[in-house]
Design a protein around this ligand. Structure first.
Ligand SMILES: *[C@@H]1O[C@H](CO)[C@@H](O)[C@H](O)[C@H]1NC(C)=O
Ligand SMILES: *[C@@H]1O[C@H](CO)[C@@H](O)[C@H](O)[C@H]1NC(C)=O
Ligand SMILES: *[C@@H]1O[C@H](CO)[C@@H](O)[C@H](O)[C@H]1NC(C)=O
Length: 489
């Protein structure tokens, strides 16, 4: 009798647990992402897990209980030993998890990825990535342009790219060779002239302020290790401001300068910013914020975030000072501070200097104010990935992905003068808007488009030097696409 009673109590407790804690179904949970595709060499590979219940319902919060998802990644063949860095899973606080891994070597046979929930395999785990699987520094470009276009899935129509190139049905390389140095390459210039030929990268600097070419070099070298780039000759503006202000009505017409920031009154072709490409390449390697890790560090749940708008930044534009003034007058709505003075040093006494704050801590606040710096504020894509609501100053400047964003859907627009900011914060406090970030556009797809518009073959011009691939032991790998150099040995 007593035994039966114990049985019932245990049974009852189990039932209650089941009732309150719907269990995760390892089988029904979902696993997807580019990190499960062998051919997609990314600096850091990543994929997602979505927890799903036995009844087939997605969890919308982290599943309760002590059982966790675990991921193990190793070379398929025990003979191949490489380092793989797998940080802890990132809980995205919505029932899904982000897994990242960085390979410190390439494998020929393949990779085995096990995704477990407790001791059970999740979805189709184990995932076998049939080799070769290359790491970031392996120089092994895909030669066939159709294959890599499919892998990268270049969209046939991307509104920003279509718009940017509409001014340049024909790119006249000879004309640019004559014009660009004189118009933009003076002492104050920040133009780097690149030629990519046979997947080798050559360049020369036009002007004095071209140190940021280290970012464009890094990006081009990384791409060239993965795909055979189209032959292109182009001029990259590594300075802040867009440059080409001629319109189609001018004679001669505008020329396609490539820039990181566009504006409504210029014709520059926009690339993803150096900030985005650099942090993507350096993911998991240092201190920079990157688009992936933000997804796992979006702060408290919405209800637990501080009910105020937030801003920290340098004094690079006057409106930022106004913002601090507004914040002093309305501390219940806005917490804004300048963290460094450079342009308006005389204002420091009056407005004070705010302490630097870790970027992830921004997301302790419900609303983020995005105000331009010297040009577009390059933090915008990062702000968009946190699960705060972004209040964005209207601006003539834009980055490559803005055309995919809609005001009132992805962010709340505020006037350039900030006149309506307080009103908008109040509006936001009673509205629910979902933040969605537009996927970044592939740089290679833009160069491919550029190449098609060129009127003549790119050339290696006077004064250009080769930008070499790194040649150290981190780059050792066995590329199956390369023929042995000396077959007689
Ligand atoms: C469950 O989540 C996955 C991944 O986010 C999504 O694709 C799917 O549509 C969701 N299913 C339901 C029923 O909401
Ligand atoms: C390239 O862009 C397309 C759409 O713009 C996207 O679906 C795809 O995932 C991107 N590929 C990479 C490797 O980023
Ligand atoms: C919100 O904060 C409260 C009290 O600080 C805490 O008990 C609760 O778990 C938090 N809620 C979430 C969903 O994190």
């Amino acid at each position: 009798q007593f035994g039966t009673l114990i049985f019932y109590i245990v049974y009852f407790v189990k039932e209650v647990e089941l009732y309150f804690e719907t269990p995760v179904s390892a089988e029904k949970s979902l696993v997807w992402g580019p990190g499960l595709v062998a051919e997609l060499t990314l600096p850091v590979r990543y994929f997602y897990i979505q927890a799903v219940s036995a009844a087939g319902q997605n969890f919308t919060r982290s599943p309760p209980g002590t059982v966790h998802f675990k991921v193990g990644i190793k070379a398929l063949s025990p003979k191949e030993v490489i380092g793989i860095h797998i940080p802890n899973l990132m809980d995205r606080n919505d029932g899904s998890f982000l897994i990242q891994y960085r390979m410190y070597g390439s494998v020929n046979k393949g990779l085995k990825i096990e995704v477990l929930y407790g001791n059970e395999h999740v979805a189709q785990s184990p995932y076998i990535l049939k080799g070769p699987v290359y790491h970031e520094y392996c120089e092994c470009p895909e030669e066939d342009s159709q294959t890599w276009q499919n892998i990268l899935s270049c969209p046939s129509q991307e509104p920003q790219v279509t718009k940017d190139f509409s001014s340049f049905p024909i790119i006249n390389l000879q004309q640019m060779l004559h014009e660009v140095p004189a118009r933009f390459g003076q002492t104050g210039g920040a133009i780097v002239h690149y030629t990519v030929l046979n997947n080798h990268i050559y360049r020369r600097s036009l002007g004095k302020y071209t140190d940021f070419k280290m970012f464009s070099d890094e990006m081009l070298l990384s791409l060239a290790r993965k795909v055979h780039l189209p032959d292109v000759e182009f001029y990259l503006n590594v300075g802040d401001w867009p440059m080409e202000h001629r319109t189609a009505n001018h004679t001669p017409g505008p020329i396609p300068i490539i820039s990181w920031c566009g504006s409504v009154d210029s014709r520059d072709v926009v690339l993803p910013t150096y900030d985005i490409t650099h942090s993507t390449l350096e993911t998991l390697r240092g201190v920079t914020n990157d688009l992936l890790s933000i997804q796992g560090n979006t702060g408290p749940f919405w209800h637990n975030k501080t009910e105020r708008a937030f801003f920290r930044g340098r004094d690079s534009r006057e409106e930022r000072l106004q913002l601090v003034q507004l914040s002093k007058e309305n501390p219940e709505l806005l917490d804004a501070g300048i963290t460094g003075y450079f342009f308006f040093r005389d204002k420091e006494k009056e407005l004070g200097k705010a302490q630097l704050m870790g970027f992830f801590d921004f997301f302790k606040y419900k609303y983020q104010v995005n105000v331009d710096g010297t040009v577009a504020a390059y933090r915008f894509p990062y702000l968009m990935l946190g699960d705060s609501l972004v209040l964005k100053q209207t601006s003539q400047y834009y980055e490559h992905f803005y055309s995919g964003l809609k005001p009132w859907k992805h962010y709340v627009p505020i006037k350039r003068s900030l006149d309506d900011l307080l009103e908008k914060i109040k509006w936001a406090k009673v509205s629910v808007v979902t933040n969605k970030v537009k996927r970044a556009l592939n740089v290679t797809c833009i160069f491919q488009k550029y190449a098609k518009h060129q009127a003549s073959q790119p050339e290696i011009r006077d004064g250009m030097e080769l930008v070499p691939q790194p040649d150290d032991n981190t780059s050792i790998c066995n590329c199956h696409r390369k023929k042995p150099l000396r077959e007689d040995l």
